[in-house]
Structure formats: C-alpha cells, structure tokens
Design a protein around this ligand. Structure first.
Ligand code: DMJ
Length: 462
C-alpha cells in the first residue's frame, strides 16, 4: 500500500522543484500563481532558500537530475558575500542545516565549505553582554540587533534555543570549538535563571539575561527550543545528560501547567500569559506530538506509556483541526473556548501556508507505533494538498481552510520542500530510510547524523 503513496510524494516534490526551477531559480521562494520569484527579508541578501532547503529531500527521493541542478546552483551561484538584515534563526535552520545535511548525505565538500563559511558570518550576533545572540544580523557588517517587534530588545527562546544541533556540527567539521562554546553558554544562562513554575518564557534580554515577559508557548516563539533539547541528547548518542534533564523538567512543567483536555475529550497544549491560560494551539505547536513520542521512547520505564499516550492524544487533536475543516487542512491556530474545539475562531487564523508540523508528528508516531492510522492521516493530507494547494505553477498556501473554494496566497514556502514533502515521503517509506536511530532532524527537517564516535561531545566538553 505504501508504494503508490511514496510515488505521489515524489511526484509532488518534482512538481514543486520543477516549477521553482522554471520560474524562480535563485530567488528564495516561488510565487506559483504569478510564476515568478520572491526574495523576502528574512535572509539578509542570501538567495536560493528553496534550493538549499530542497537539496536533501531531492537526494533522499533519488531525484538525481534535480539534485544535480540544485548542487550546480550552490556551486556556481550561491553568494555568501551579502549585506542585509538576516534572521539568525532562519539562516541557521534553513541554510546551515540544509548545507550540513547535504554534506553528510553526499560527502560533497562544497556543502561543507559553504556551511562553514556561512556559520562564521553568524558569530557576531553573539557579541552581547550575556552571549545570548540577538535575533537579526547583517551578514556583511556583522552588526546585530533585536527584532523591532520583540519587547524591550529581547531575544526569542525558539530562536536562540535552536542553534545547538547545527553549531555542534560546525565545531566538529571546522575543528573550531567556538560554535560549541557559544551554544553551551546559552545553556548556562538558561540554567542559571529562575524559571516561573519551571516554565521557560519566550522573551529574554541579551543584556541582563533576565526574562522580559512571562509568555510561554510550545508553539511559535518557544517551540523548537524544547525540540532541540531532546534532539541534542539523541544526537550525542544519549550522552548529553544535561540536555535530557532540561527536556524532562521542561516537559514535566508543560504537562503540569499547560496540557488540558477539552469538554469533547481533546488534549491540547494551551499558552500561558503570566499565569493566565490562553486556550489556543498554533499549527506550529503540533510538532509537539512527534517530539513527545520521540522522548517517550527514552523515558523511564514507568513513564513511557504515559508520554506515548500524551503524544498520540496531541497528534489526534491536531488531526482533528484538519478533519474539521472543509479543505481537510488545518488552520494557523485553533481554539478551545466558548464551546469551540480544534477550530479557528478568528478570521486571521484561518490560513494554511503549507506547514509541516502535523504531518511531522504523523511520521514520528508512525515510526514509533506502526499504527496504520498515521499513514491514513498522512494520505488524507496528501490528497488535501493536491486538491486545494496545487495550482498550475506549483503549490500554494491557502487563505481559508474552511472555504470550499479557498483562494491562494501565491507562495510556495521553502519549508514545503524541506519538511512537508520530506516527512510525507518518509511516512510511506521503510523505516530504514533516514532511520531515527541514526539521524536527528533539525527543526527544518534537515537530517544530521547521530554522533557515535563522541567527537561532538568532546567538543561539547571543551
Ligand atoms: C519551519 O521553518 C520550521 O519548522 C520552524 O521551526 C518553524 N516554522 C517553519 C514551518 O512551519
């Protein structure tokens, strides 16, 4: 039953890539309705986000010709001598992560040297009184600053907390411990400060090292910080005990304070605003089913079952957010109040931008339980994407998942090729294709190898 599904994911990837190549090669994303490229302002003058994000997916799907096209572009046209405001986080997870994964999968030096060259350009962001990096950096001048929208010049938990995996590999490949030092220092700062009820707020001052606001979320602004704790431990071949302890404690606090059950029996993770719960779950928070399942595998014997159940319940809720819409795709955020369950109430939350988090959880739950319902749910998502998001010039996000005939947002996000299509493809493959024993996926689904030789940990200890 899996082969035709695997084939369809392959065909979708080829279609997404071919259209990007035809209309937007070298731009950051494809605009599939107008058939042109989009540059945006997240990558500070860097181009080709879709190329770098797509490399490993093309490779794993054995789209040889297309992979070669992507590699040629990196070799011939990927220019790192750029100026402009870049998000440290986005450049790290998409570009550094994509290049590292391409290097580890293929052994091609070009990917390694570009990753190292780019990694070095990110270092000035850490020149702050605490060593907590600022969110925005000019890759040319090295000047860095905080996002204008982040309160009181703060840095964002999910952003400075999602560098660890890539930075350990940068140290290992360059022989330069500086990257490891930077991320270990972040951990030190986080371990030093008091956590309200054991929770990690989303905003931290890079100047004082104190929390700036008490907003806690497992969705946007917080999400991948938690993911990188458990994955740091896994990537260290289970030797980085500090990361595991931080993950276990954080999850315990999340479960105690944020996990709720709706009147209709759906488990969800609420957001926390200084002690007051907001009964809302973002699409982004739906990665947590997969993360909790991954951690459950390695929890204490008496907790394994409990955490696996929790992971399955959250994933079920996220599936409900898809199943309750007209398009069978889920909204950007859904709520549990005033009799509403797993449904967006605000017009502004009804869009779907080809995000991966729900199918990401299906993949982990499938690999860890082999319950066929996860493949079934993945298949529903594939059909919904084909029906609602495929347009003549590629795949597009939609503006309203509750509309029978949704209008398109004219954007094929690079993470659709890096994550959504990769996770769907892997869901229908054998478990040994990018096995969870040997690889950890960074938060953009770029696979990084588990470090069996201890070399990353040694760098870690310096
Ligand atoms: C991706 O860039 C990453 O998964 C990130 O961690 C969160 N947002 C997008 C996809 O939704």
């Amino acid at each position: 039953m899996a082969a035709p599904m695997e084939d369809l994911c392959w065909t979708m990837m080829k279609f997404a890539w071919d259209n990007y190549k035809q209309y937007a090669l070298g731009k950051n994303e494809l605009r599939p309705l107008t058939k042109n490229g989009h540059i945006g302002n997240m990558f500070g003058g860097l181009r080709g986000a879709t190329v770098v994000d797509a490399l490993d997916t093309l490779y794993v799907m054995e789209l040889h010709e297309e992979f070669q096209e992507a590699k040629d572009w990196v070799e011939e046209s990927f220019d790192l001598n750029v100026n402009g405001e870049a998000s440290l986080f986005e450049v790290n997870i998409r570009y550094v992560g994509g290049l590292l994964a391409a290097y580890y999968l293929t052994g091609e030096e070009v990917f390694k040297s570009k990753a190292l060259e780019l990694g070095e350009k990110l270092l000035p962001a850490f020149n702050t009184p605490t060593g907590i990096p600022r969110g925005v950096i000019n890759l040319g001048s090295g000047m860095s600053w905080s996002w204008g929208w982040a309160s009181a010049g703060s840095s964002i938990l999910a952003e400075f907390g999602s560098l660890h995996l890539e930075f350990l590999h940068l140290s290992a490949l360059s022989g330069n411990p500086v990257y490891t030092d930077k991320v270990m220092n972040i951990r030190k700062v986080l371990n030093r400060i008091e956590k309200p009820q054991g929770l990690y707020p989303n905003f931290l001052s890079p100047v004082t090292g104190n929390w700036v606001q008490h907003h806690v979320s497992i969705g946007g602004l917080g999400d991948s910080f938690y993911e990188y704790l458990i994955k740091s431990w896994l990537m260290s071949d289970k030797k980085d005990a500090e990361a595991k302890l931080m993950y276990d404690n954080a999850l315990e606090a999340i479960e105690k304070h944020l996990v709720k059950k709706s009147a209709g029996g759906l488990t969800y993770i609420a957001e926390w605003r200084g002690g007051i719960l907001d009964h809302k779950m973002g699409h982004l928070a739906c990665f947590s089913g997969g993360m909790i399942a991954l951690g459950a595998e390695h929890a204490a014997e008496e907790q394994k079952h409990h955490y696996m159940e929790l992971a399955a319940e959250i994933t079920n809720t996220c599936h409900e957010s898809y199943a309750r819409s007209e398009t069978k795709l889920g909204p950007e955020a859904f709520r549990f109040d005033s009799g509403i369950e797993a449904t967006a109430t605000r017009l502004s939350d009804r869009y779907y931008i080809l995000r991966p988090e729900v199918v990401e959880s299906y993949l982990y739950l499938w690999r860890l339980t082999h319950d066929p319902k996860y493949r079934q749910w993945g298949w529903e998502a594939v059909q919904a994407l084909e029906k609602n998001c495929r347009v003549e010039g590629g795949f597009s996000g939609i503006r309203d998942v509750y509309s029978i005939n949704p209008s398109h947002d004219n954007m094929q996000q690079s993470f659709f090729l890096a994550e959504t299509l990769k996770y769907l493809y892997l869901l229908f493959c054998e478990d040994d294709v990018l096995s969870l024993e040997d690889w950890v996926f960074n938060t953009e689904a770029h696979p990084l190898p588990v470090n069996r030789t201890g070399s990353l940990l040694k760098a870690n200890m310096q």
